[in-house]
Design a protein around this ligand. Structure first.
Ligand SMILES: C[C@@]1(CC(=O)O)c2cc3[nH]c(cc4nc(cc5[nH]c(cc(n2)[C@H]1CCC(=O)O)[C@@](C)(CC(=O)O)[C@@H]5CCC(=O)O)C(CC(=O)O)=C4CCC(=O)O)c(CCC(=O)O)c3CC(=O)O
Ligand SMILES: NC(=O)C1=CN([C@@H]2O[C@H](COP(=O)(O)OP(=O)(O)OC[C@H]3O[C@@H](n4cnc5c(N)ncnc54)[C@H](O)[C@@H]3O)[C@@H](O)[C@H]2O)C=CC1
Length: 220
């Protein structure tokens, strides 16, 4: 798989039907990952562990208590198979592929048209680490190291920069102008990340205001 050039993207799952087949520990892990992204999760499995049953009872997921059938993929955006039955996993893959649907069979690379990276999430930041399947254990180790480097201060700066995007789009006429404006702040002196680390958000706001003054077109 190392020669597969994976195209990395961020998917919007909000409200979309995502089917998880298999109600064990691994199925639960996948259900939780999808719920965290506001997907409409449908679990297909004849039995499910206690936590999945709880999620179904509270209405967070729909549990269809039966064995998988092809029709379960109707109107579905993504399918994840986590059963202990290889034939079922192959069927899910084939049925999904026939419909050009996104499909991941957990830990079976030949039965995946997408694979899952290890992810560091802090606020709006998401850093994905993939080894193209070479070593999930290494991806996990890197996740821990990256989480130590890119913490709350980066997430906070992202939010502060988002707050000024409207101004930039409304005021600065070209893409080049907006790029220069944002790069001035991000790579600014003083370093905005250091300022946030030191608890001085007021100084970051001042850095942003100074960049606004410097970049605003003159109306004379
Ligand atoms: C191809 C891929 C397809 C897919 O499942 O999407 C795949 C395949 C396989 N995984 C295997 C093993 C392990 N997988 C993990 C853990 C994770 N695996 C994940 C992703 C992926 N795993 C995709 C590639 C990702 C990439 O590298 O780009 C993570 C990142 C994300 C997630 O699953 O959500 C998640 C860490 C999440 C986190 O902690 O953040 C651990 C560690 C552990 O369990 O703690 C081990 C044991 C140690 C080891 O093997 O390294 C095996 C052998 C099975 C066997 O030996 O029986 C195969 C199959 C094979 O190698 O043929
Ligand atoms: N548990 C673990 O730590 C790991 C497990 N795996 C593999 O991932 C798979 C899932 O693991 P677990 O969740 O632990 O397994 P599990 O055995 O606890 O759960 C399997 C689930 O699949 C369901 N299932 C079986 N036939 C089905 C069918 N025809 N239609 C729908 N659902 C069906 C079962 O009802 C059960 O809910 C297994 O193949 C396992 O070998 C891989 C890596 C680690």
């Amino acid at each position: 798989m190392l020669d597969t050039p994976f195209y990395i993207a961020c998917l919007k799952l909000t409200g979309r039907r995502c089917v998880v087949v298999g109600g064990g520990e691994i199925g639960l892990e996948k259900v939780e990952g999808l719920l965290a992204c506001d997907a409409r999760v449908v679990l297909i499995a004849p039995d499910a562990n206690a936590e999945l049953q709880r999620l179904a009872e509270e209405g967070s997921i729909e549990w269809v208590r039966k064995r998988y059938e092809r029709g379960d993929l109707e109107h579905t955006f993504m399918a994840i198979a986590a059963t202990n039955d290889t034939d079922v996993n192959i069927a899910v893959y084939n049925d999904a592929e026939a419909r050009a649907m996104l499909v991941n069979v957990v830990d079976v690379p030949p039965l995946c048209n997408f694979i899952l990276p290890a992810i560091v999430r802090v606020g709006p930041l998401a850093i994905a680490i993939s080894t193209a399947g070479a070593s999930p254990a290494l991806a996990k180790r890197m996740k821990t190291q990256i989480a130590e480097t890119y913490g709350e201060e980066y997430a906070r700066l992202a939010v502060m920069l988002n707050d000024v995007r409207g101004w930039a789009k409304g005021t600065l006429p070209t893409y080049q102008d907006r790029k220069a404006f944002f790069e001035d702040i991000v790579n600014g002196d003083p370093d905005p990340i250091e300022l946030i680390r030191n608890g001085d958000e007021a100084a970051v706001l001042e850095l942003i205001a100074a960049a606004q003054r410097a970049h605003e077109p003159t109306t004379a």
